[in-house]
Design a binder for this molecule. Structure first.
Ligand code: IMP
Ligand code: MG
Length: 180
């Protein structure tokens, strides 16, 4: 097992498995869209997945524009959690077809909020791509259009995802097992 910051990490999805899946996802996205999508990457967790997926989209023959939005959910996992835009996109979404990209779909609250925000601003369509789907945790009624992998109900890190700001740099997705 890799050891990072003195902790053993169990690899759940390897870098090569993720790269292969990204190419398949990009082909699925290309097959179901024209080539003028506006990608909106939800920071911070999706930055590595979005960077890889848009390059796979290039290989699949589509040329999206790319924007970033930072969303914060306070008390995520509780019913009282309030969702806020911490940093907004710069682009007008009116009439645009949007592809939201996030790292992991869990309760669904973040993506539901962001999708409704884009639609309220006049987006023509909003589809959703996530690397991981933790279906067992869903609270909002929401499905992603493009899912990398079904994720077991563990807290995962790496490939952009953190625990207390650590482990985003890992090229794979894994579970922190404890002291090595
Ligand atoms: P939700 O779907 O609104 O509950 O929130 C999903 C967000 O919570 C994701 O964008 C992640 O940033 C974060 N998140 C959920 N599960 C995990 C995890 O296992 N590891 C790291 N971040 C997670
Ligand atoms: Mg996130």
């Amino acid at each position: 097992m890799p050891v990072v910051r003195g902790k053993e990490i169990e690899v759940l999805f390897s870098a090569s498995a993720i790269a292969r899946r990204n190419l398949e996802l990009a082909k699925e996205i290309a097959a179901r869209n024209h080539d003028n999508l506006l990608v909106v990457s939800i920071l911070k967790g999706s930055f590595i997945f979005a960077a890889d997926l848009i390059r796979a989209m290039h290989d699949a023959g589509i040329s999206p524009e790319v924007e970033f939005i930072m969303i914060s959910s306070y008390g995520a996992g509780t019913t009282s959690g309030e969702i806020k835009v911490l940093r907004d996109i710069d682009n007008d979404v009116k009439g645009r077809d949007i592809l939201l990209i996030d790292d992991i779909l869990e309760s669904g609250r973040t993506l539901k909020f962001t999708r409704e925000l884009m639609l309220s601003r006049g987006a023509r369509s909003v589809s959703i791509a996530v690397l991981l789907d933790k279906r067992s945790r869903r609270q909002a009624s929401l499905e992603a259009d493009f899912v990398g992998f079904e994720c077991p109900d563990y807290f995962v890190v790496g490939y952009g995802m953190d625990v207390a700001h650590a482990f985003r740099e890992l090229p794979f997705v894994g579970i922190v097992k404890g002291d090595a």
